[in-house]
Design a protein around this ligand. Structure first.
Ligand code: GLC
Length: 646
């Protein structure tokens, strides 16, 4: 494609900007080089989104000014980070990446107090720290910070933008990347854009999806599911002050943004770059599946939602290539992989996405003591692009929705609906013999869908075992907790540890005492860090020590194993035993077979004739350092990391 500008047309608008003019020749050259290299990737998705818009040329020009200004404002330290990332593009795919996810207040108090806790994270091997929503939320109920009133300031209870910048710098000094949420699908109804819309400003009403009567909402509702059927039924909220129905996918105070309006796109791009310039290295884009609406559909995962992400990526890579994007799309397997880029957009969408399918399948395998559905589901997922990685996890701050498709269930002889029902029964403890202590979240009387809240340890049976079980029950629960973390570490990608899970923290029922939290039982698994319990982490005689020590050892061991690089090929293998999960990872630096017994009974595994490992007389288990033959017994919930050897 010929760039018009090289044939003598006027200079781009940003060159008149004082920030641009203050740059040196070399700095300008770097920007222009990246801009030229990536402009086609900018234009392709933008044309798909706004090509028909009368003001399309001005839109492009405005976006270019935004990225040029953001680039000019980047500090020397961040420019050097950009160069480092460009020269080691696999930085987030390496086996030494370990993520930790926490609420600043619940973990450390304030941003200023956070650095005092970094030794703890370093001990665990953490290199990626996701601080849960920290931009200024509305007061009152705010969905755990996912209802933002101001993207330009930090929640005053946590600190200031300067504090955030300091935290980012301190983290970087320790080789840790800061990850921050950007709630890009909706704002709080108290955001200044929403306030202007309420006061009747047409320009700002166009930032949202607003209707004077029920005609359109009723049409949309025909095909829209409900996300919070329990405490926020429906997808529209009547706003008296402006006499409009406003689109609110989530709670009534979370107003969906209108991305058909290019101004909304430009505003959000500017916000992302402002965060990058504070030193944020990964932006977690919240609820991206919902960003584009199409009549007659469920208004999720629309092609335009992907175009928005592709355009964000290309534009941010010009201004701040040290930044990568994380898609929060908790959707079914076939809809999930495209967030990492497919077709023309391969390696050109988000670098990271949550592997909720792995998470759900792991819990399903443990409930059944059977690995067939886990194996089959993973076998059926396409490979992801070479420049991307999964975020793997067993538990995070949200509920668990049973993303098991009918097809995958049927492929192992299960009925999808009944299996999802069984999982809800099992994890809410209603199923006979279950030791899980989850709570049912958002029971939907229409679809009979039930999601589950609960801490990892309580779902894995530790709460019940400690309350009345035997030492053996406690042992089994600890083994289940370690198995989950082990597979999350071994699967490939960035493994996430959710605050408190590393010391086996149980459900926290005190949320019922807090008026803002009482009706949202996801707070049962969002406890305050128990630092007294954390003190026990190096004592192998305690439950905390067994869990923390086990995870820490695995995380450290993993850094040495090339086959755990996210780019290594990862193939689930069937080892002939229903209770045994196998995964072969192959990289130029070696092969490894991960074998896990997902049941509470010992199981025999025979690898005679198995030709996917390096041949040898023996197998070495890298975890225990023990050598075995090719037939061996796996204790309940045991996992081995095996390599062939002579
Ligand atoms: C994401 C968040 C969830 C929140 C929702 C709406 O899914 O993880 O906690 O409720 O977005 O912002």
């Amino acid at each position: 494609m010929i760039d018009q500008r090289s044939s003598g047309t006027p200079s781009p608008a940003y060159t008149a900007d004082p920030a641009w003019q203050a740059l040196t020749e070399a700095e300008r050259g770097i920007f222009t080089t990246r801009r030229d290299a990536l402009w086609a990737d900018v234009e392709r998705p933008l044309r798909a989104l706004y090509g028909e818009h009368a003001a399309y040329p001005q839109v492009l020009e405005e976006l270019e000014v935004i990225i040029a200004r953001a680039y000019a404002a980047r500090t020397l330290e961040l420019r050097l980070l950009d160069e480092r990332r460009l020269s080691t593009p696999d930085w987030f795919q390496r086996p030494d990446m370990v993520g930790y996810v926490c609420y600043t207040d619940r973990f450390a108090g304030t941003l200023r107090e956070l650095p005092g806790r970094l030794d703890y994270l370093e001990d665990l091997g953490v290199t990626y720290l996701h601080l849960m929503p920290l931009l200024r939320p509305r007061s009152g109920p705010n969905d755990g910070g996912y209802a933002v009133e101001d993207y330009r300031s930090v929640d005053p209870r946590l600190g200031t933008m300067e504090d955030l910048r300091d935290v980012a710098t301190q983290l970087r000094g320790r080789g840790m990347s800061l990850v921050v949420d950007l709630v890009c699908n909706h704002t709080a109804r108290e955001h200044v854009w929403a306030r202007k819309a309420i006061s009747g400003d047409r320009d700002y009403q166009d930032y949202y999806l607003m209707y004077p009567d029920r005609t359109m909402p009723d049409q949309w509702e025909r095909t829209l599911p409900e996300i919070f059927p329990d405490f926020a039924p429906g997808n529209f909220t009547w706003v008296d002050e402006c006499s409009r129905w406003v689109w609110t996918t989530f709670n009534d105070y979370q107003w969906d943004l209108n991305y058909t309006n290019p101004r909304v796109f430009a505003e959000m791009l500017d916000v992302i770059l402002a965060l990058a310039n504070q030193g944020v290295e990964v932006v977690r884009l919240d609820a991206v599946a919902f960003m584009w609406k199409r009549m007659g559909t469920n208004c999720q995962n629309q092609p335009e939602a992907h175009s928005i992400l592709q355009a964000f990526r290309a534009l941010t890579r010009i201004a701040a290539p040290g930044l990568i994007l994380l898609a929060e799309a908790i959707v079914s397997p076939e809809d999930l992989v495209p967030y990492l880029g497919t077709g023309d957009a391969t390696n050109k969408e988000c670098e990271l996405a949550y592997h909720n399918v792995l998470m759900v399948s792991l819990w399903s395998a443990l409930a059944e003591g059977n690995a067939r559905l886990l194996t089959r589901t993973l076998e059926r997922m396409p490979r992801i692009p070479s420049g991307t990685a999964w975020l793997t996890y067993a538990r995070l701050h949200d509920d668990i929705g049973w993303a098991v498709t009918d097809e995958n269930a049927a492929s192992v002889g299960l009925d999808g609906f009944l299996h999802r029902s069984f999982l809800s029964d099992f994890y809410s403890g209603a199923f006979w013999g279950s030791n899980a202590k989850g709570l049912v979240f958002q029971e939907n009387p229409l679809t009979r869908d039930r999601r589950i809240s609960g801490s990892l340890a309580s779902l894995a049976g530790l709460e019940a075992a400690l309350a009345g079980g035997s030492e053996w029950d406690v042992h089994l629960a600890v083994q289940r907790i370690l198995l989950l973390h082990n597979l999350v570490l071994a699967f490939g990608g960035v493994p996430l540890i959710y605050m408190g899970d590393e010391i086996g923290m149980l459900n926290d029922y005190s949320f019922t005492q807090q008026p803002d939290h009482a009706d949202d039982n996801r707070w049962v698994h969002r406890p305050r860090m128990d630092w007294a319990a954390a003190e026990l982490r190096h004592d192998p005689g305690t439950v905390e020590g067994r869990i923390f020590g086990g995870i820490r050892e695995l995380a450290h061991l993993r850094t040495q194993i090339g086959a755990f690089h996210a780019r290594a090929a990862s193939v689930p293998v069937w080892l002939g035993n229903d209770a045994v999960f196998g995964l072969v990872r192959t990289s130029p630096r070696g092969r490894i077979l991960v074998v896990a017994n997902v049941s509470d009974q010992p199981k025999w595994v025979s690898l005679q004739g198995f030709d996917r490992l390096d041949p040898g007389a023996w197998l070495d288990d890298l975890i225990t350092g023990e050598r075995t033959g090719w037939t061996f017994e796996l204790p309940p919930y045991a996992v081995r990391w095996l390599v062939g050897t002579d």
